[in-house]
Design a protein around this ligand. Structure first.
Ligand code: NPG
Length: 370
């Protein structure tokens, strides 16, 4: 397969409701989409980076820059392209995992479509459908939170994740438990908002029987998480800290986590995500699939990944309408608390041209060879 060129497209899709986390509030999702065009057909990749560098150091403008100026030129050097040759070709560029992931996914989608293989089959998925959890943002008041959680449970979501931060942690969890009972699968996500000195405060979450507490401390504070794990009984799950299979192996060996959130974007793509999965399975560490408010494109790939055997906890694999009134692809729909794994070649979803145009902010074409 030979790469002919790449289209970079910035889109902005309104959210059905603002989404507040400890690092900020999103009203719309700004996304870089990558379309890789080859002599054997084309493929799409969605970049997880946000408009601002608040979740990680990457952000949409930088993603477009590094793709245009460094990553696409590096990939252009590869004469015979296949999905395994992408990461080695991009390796000289430090970091920028989300940008690399988007480019690799676009090549992978093109290659799988050309070979008539679905993402799920290629990854080694063992399920036809995956359990859907939902992430619930920080709210203005407890009654509003209870309304939101009640709505999601009524829709059939099988697991609730509450975003927390100092000042919005113990009471919201208590209120959700009191209203909806101990049977609800419940977890919390701090997005690095605490310090190790908060350990005894976080231990006050222990009586609520949470599945896990996600990324309480700074992404680089692996030792702090290990210390926290000695004080807090609720399992510690890492998200931001896990950027590769190696960092997953280190965090597990150091006792910093007993559960891992896998976001393919964060670790540089689906090949590395699969390796993170394998490392965790080898250590008996459960994994689940995180989300970054993906459109149907990124969601399709995540749902395929979440169908691997080590994904034993429900993921942030919500239906499209959790975030978007109108998705840019055919939407993912909740059925009995689950999403069906696409089985068509490649991602199994592609943008609907009119919808894509209606949310496009900029697009540029980078010719690789004519
Ligand atoms: O369902 O796609 C989803 C979003 C789940 O809470 C979610 N994502 O920290 O995990 C997170 C959070 C996030 C939101 C991360 C925005 C990055 C940006």
């Amino acid at each position: 397969m030979r790469l002919t060129g790449v289209e970079l497209r910035q889109i902005a899709v309104p959210l059905v409701a603002p989404f507040r986390t400890s690092f900020g509030t999103q009203h719309a999702r700004e996304i870089v989409l990558v379309r890789a065009v080859t002599d054997d057909g084309e493929g799409w990749g969605e970049c997880g980076a946000m408009a601002a560098p608040l979740y990680s150091s990457e952000y949409t403008k930088a993603v477009a820059d590094v793709l245009r100026d460094y990553l696409i030129p590096a990939l252009a050097e590869v004469a015979q392209l296949d999905p395994w040759r992408v990461a080695p070709a991009l390796e000289p560029v430090k970091g920028h995992r989300m940008a690399k992931a988007a480019l690799e996914t676009a090549v992978l989608d093109a290659w799988l479509r050309a070979h008539g293989i679905s993402f799920a089959t290629w990854l080694g998925a063992t399920r036809e459908r995956v359990a859907a959890g939902v992430s619930v943002g920080i709210m203005d008041s407890i009654p509003r939170l209870l309304d939101a959680v009640g709505g999601y449970l009524a829709e059939g979501y099988v697991r609730i994740k509450l975003k927390i931060e100092p000042g919005w942690d113990i009471e919201p969890v208590r209120a959700v438990r009191e209203r909806f009972g101990d049977e609800v699968l419940l977890q919390v996500d701090a997005n690095t908002a605490y310090r190790v000195a908060d350990a005894h405060h976080l231990a006050r979450l222990d009586p609520f029987g949470l599945l896990l507490i996600e990324q309480p401390l700074d992404e680089e504070d692996i030792r702090g998480h290990a210390k926290l794990a000695e004080i807090v009984r609720t399992p510690i799950c890492l998200d931001e800290s896990i950027v590769s299979a190696r960092s997953a192996a280190d965090a597990i060996a150091l006792g910093a986590c007993s559960v891992v959130n896998i976001k393919p974007s964060r670790v540089g793509g689906y090949l590395e995500a699969r390796r993170v999965h394998d490392v965790c399975v080898a250590h008996g560490v459960p994994v689940w699939c995180g989300g970054m408010l993906e459109t149907g494109l990124g969601r399709a790939a995540n749902v395929a990944l979440a169908a691997l055997p080590g994904f034993t906890l429900p993921g942030d694999t919500s239906a499209s309408d959790r975030y978007y009134a109108t998705d840019i692809t055919e939407p993912f729909v909740l059925a009995d608390g689950h999403l069906d794994v696409p089985r068509e070649p490649g991602l199994g979803r592609e943008p609907i041209p009119e919808r894509l145009e209606s949310v496009t902010v900029t697009k540029e074409w980078i010719t690789v060879r004519s």
